[in-house]
Design a protein around this ligand. Sequence first.
Ligand code: FFO
Ligand code: ATP
Length: 180
Amino acid sequence: MTDKKQLRGDMRRIRDAFVVRARPTISVPAPLRALFAPDMIVVAYVAVGSEADPGPLIAAARAAGCRIALPHVVDRATPLVFVPWNEDDALVDGPYRLRQPALGNERLAPDLVLTPLVAFDRALNRVGQGAGHYDRAFADYPNATRIGVAWSVQEVADIEPDAWDAPLHAIVTEQEWITR
Ligand SMILES: Nc1nc2c(c(=O)[nH]1)N(C=O)[C@@H](CNc1ccc(C(=O)N[C@@H](CCC(=O)O)C(=O)O)cc1)CN2
Ligand SMILES: Nc1ncnc2c1ncn2[C@@H]1O[C@H](COP(=O)(O)OP(=O)(O)OP(=O)(O)O)[C@@H](O)[C@H]1O
């Protein structure tokens, strides 16, 4: 496999070009809608740059009665903290150009994690930003459902998983729902 650092750079360029050219949007696959249930904690994210925007997935989860949480990033070394995010709650600037809720007193344990991807393959392996934030979250919450969100152009042939990598349960793109 190509070196992960090189792959991340290549995929960000491909993603940037794709978004400018195609103006893609994600719609909600029926099998994902079926996973949402009242009071479930769904962790989402706020897209940065050309990342796939999970807005429609968040709206569907809210409509199904789920509670939405966003990751709050302290720094590269600290595990993600999951903070409730009600509609219209303010966001503040975080590291890495992120927009995130301020750290209040409430923490939520995820039932389902909408995970931003840098690259993925058909076997549901993923490459993220490389800080291990999601790897650690998946290790800490092994029973949470792991859903990747990406543009179709971020698919690569074969990602060699590392020992600590947990595969995704499914991936949503603007074109399809990929699962086993
Ligand atoms: N929108 C979004 N939120 C997220 C993530 C993400 O990938 N996307 N995360 C994923 O773990 C967590 C934050 N962790 C991060 C760790 C490292 C970098 C990072 O190194 N970013 C690069 C380039 C980003 C780009 O251009 O795509 C940088 O700032 O140089 C970003 C986020 C939680 N929230
Ligand atoms: N459970 C864990 N606890 C602590 N560190 C971990 C854990 N899992 C992975 N890591 C570390 O995090 C880093 C993840 O690197 P990798 O290149 O796999 O990132 P990634 O999967 O692309 O990133 P991310 O999980 O942030 O999306 C590695 O240095 C790894 O040692």
